[in-house]
Write a protein that binds this ligand. Structure first.
Ligand SMILES: NC(=O)c1ccc[n+]([C@@H]2O[C@H](COP(=O)([O-])OP(=O)(O)OC[C@H]3O[C@@H](n4cnc5c(N)ncnc54)[C@H](O)[C@@H]3O)[C@@H](O)[C@H]2O)c1
Length: 259
């Protein structure tokens, strides 16, 4: 099969829906064999089946990223399935709708467990087989909330933490030929946030005045997973329609008639 990641084997966590589903689909259409892992069994199985019906090499496995045994099974599945692992996309994530004052300890720990510890476990689990495979690419889905405060303190802490984990891992595994980068999306309307009251205000504030599409995030995942980004490691790339570039200054400039 041809394509920008032809012959590679990938794991995409949280690939049953949303951005992860788009990332799994694009990697598969560009020639990768993709293992979708998710706690949403029905969504994951249905997505894998619909991609397989297109003739793509995709399968699903139940994977709770907070469970080291699930990770061991997912990596072992890649070993027995294809004998290699080249790409890991740590995409699974959750969010609270609570503030510092109102976040309970369990809710705080749960977000950090899924968003940050899940990626840590994924990297630890994937690196040995990736190293045996001659190297690879790990892409961590952080957020533009990894550059600022966000009303959910656990979410923003986890996304800042992912940027740090990305850099530590990039340093440690560079000589094994494994690159590790982070993607920091702005607003993308998915099940994660579709009922949130902040959608319209966010779109108004975004210089490009729209939300991103899951397919646009997937394109950046593909770039970082492929050899096109062969000398990039330890980076965090913002993809948010200009929000981080200076949405607040843009608003000030608009309100004062400069723009
Ligand atoms: N939507 C946005 O605006 C936005 C912006 C920046 C970053 N992100 C990040 O993008 C990633 C994807 O989010 P999305 O917008 O597609 O949301 P989503 O809710 O549609 O997808 C998240 C996926 O993660 C899975 N998941 C949750 N807990 C899991 C666990 N313990 N183990 C395995 N899978 C688990 C869910 O089942 C779901 O399939 C997340 O990390 C999110 O934080 C989203």
């Amino acid at each position: 099969m041809s394509g920008r990641v032809a012959g590679r084997v990938a794991i995409v966590t949280g690939g049953g829906r949303g951005q992860g589903a788009a990332e799994a689909a694009l990697l598969a259409r560009e020639g990768a064999s993709v293992l979708i892992g998710d706690v949403l069994i029905e969504d994951g199985e249905a997505h894998a089946a619909s991609l397989a019906a297109e003739g793509l090499d995709v399968r699903f496995r139940a994977l709770d990223v907070t469970d080291p045994e699930h990770w061991a099974t997912a990596v072992e599945t890649c070993r027995t399935w294809k004998g290699r692992l080249d790409i890991l996309v740590n995409n699974a994530g959750i969010i609270n709708r609570t503030t510092v004052a109102s976040t309970g300890l369990d809710a705080w720990k749960r977000v950090l467990d899924v968003n940050l510890t899940g990626a840590f476990l994924g990297i630890q689990s994937a690196v040995p087989l990736m190293t045996e495979s001659g190297g690879g690419s790990i892409v961590n889905i952080s957020s533009n909330s990894g550059f600022s405060g966000h009303y959910d303190p656990a979410y923003t802490a986890s996304k800042w933490g992912l940027r740090g984990l990305t850099r530590s891992s990039a340093m440690e595994f560079a000589r094994a030929g494994i690159r590790v980068n982070a993607i920091c999306p702005g607003l993308v309307v998915t099940e994660l946030n579709k009922n949130s009251p902040h959608l319209q205000p966010m779109i108004e504030m975004t210089p490009m005045r729209r939300s991103g599409a899951p397919e646009e995030i997937a394109e950046l995942v593909l770039f970082l997973a492929s050899d096109a980004s062969g000398f990039i490691t330890g980076e965090d790339i913002v993809i948010d329609g200009g929000f981080t570039a200076g949405a607040a200054y843009r608003r000030v400039a608009t309100e004062t008639g400069i723009f």
